[in-house]
Design a protein around this ligand. Sequence first.
Ligand code: AOS
Ligand code: ZN
Ligand code: ZN
Length: 426
Amino acid sequence: MKLEHHHIQDANNKALKSHKDHFHFLSNHLTNKGIHVDTIIKKLQDFQVAIPSWALGAGGTRFGRFSFYGEPSNLEQKIQDVGLIHALTQTAGAVSLHIPWDVPEDYNAIKQLANSLDIKFDAVNSNTFQDQKESKESYKYGSLSNTSEAVREQAIQHNLDVINIGNKLGSKSLTVWLADGSCFPGQNNFQTALQNTENSLKTIYKGLPDDWKMLIEYKPYEPNFYSTVIQDWGTSFMLANACGEKAYSLVDLGHHLPNSNIEQIVSILMLKGKLGGFHFNDSKYGDDDLTVGSIKPYALFLIFNELVYGMQNNPQNPDLAWMIDASHNVKDPLEDIIQSLEAIQEAYAKALLVDQNLLKAAQLDNDVVTCQEILQDAYRTDVRPLLEKARLESGGALNPINAYRTLGVRNQLIKERGKNTIATGL
Ligand code: AOS
Ligand code: ZN
Ligand code: ZN
């Protein structure tokens, strides 16, 4: 199924008057404060987030998986789903593939399809956390860190293959997330594991095209529960520095121990020019991969405040690869992603409202109360009319979830694809 512009316009008509009233009110209020509303709207329109191919089907845990029916069962259908989300939100102009789950059969056909839906290929993800059917060596005890050279070589070669596949699609970055680590004290030699990982990453780095980036993702635990080789931003930063200038750290919001100050991590990585990518999600306990903004929206705003500051003040840091990395059991995955995109845009818009000059002056005065007031004033502003305006002008839906439901997207997908669909992937 493909959503045409007039379908979305029809869905918008009812809500148009109320949108205009709200927008008019907010835009006057912000303009009186000296804020350029048009500039913010343009920034919202330019902010595109990649959708991971594995989030389009209902996720699951080891305890079970409940289908949402009509899920995509091949790469074409996954890209079609991203196209649906993008048509409604105008914010999902990219897809992030996972190899080997998404190896294209016909590269030209896939590229054409993505192009027709205005979707780019963002970072490609390698997978050395599962054994593939045809593979000779097992990753049970690690991949790039493994004590066996044969295993390390297989994992290195897989990453080089992934680069090659991504290159044919127009991707410009490789994301490496390793499950490597240990479950019990004594199982691993920490130094050997890190050294092997560094050497393996350096070999992969050598195969990276000049205009590519390597994004190194860290995570404190899971699936290993005693130690993880790339456990934190410091380790990822160290490895990125060891590899070279095309290697960067990738921050996944769910990959921190409780109460970590993620906004500070983001800020320091940008200062050092080493923040390359971002995985959005939310969590209560660990890597819960819940809908963005569903649990800690203020923390998300504070993170965006640092991202906005960094994008304005750190030319040493490159443009970031933005991606949603969430997947779970109970919602229609497309509706879930739409909610995540809305939360991302909302936090971004609020961060754009922060008056950086006033904040700096209050910081210089050590006026702690005013510093907090400036941030909270931005956070407490209902920016949704700005998001609506940005979408409306780009041809998207005023209210994407409503439009998705009134246009009967899921039912249509079930009609086309059937009920018993299983998305490939996790
Ligand atoms: C795993 O926890 C990481 O968040 C990865 O970024 C990602 O979820 C994985 O590569 C998907 O298979
Ligand atoms: Zn991630
Ligand atoms: Zn994760």
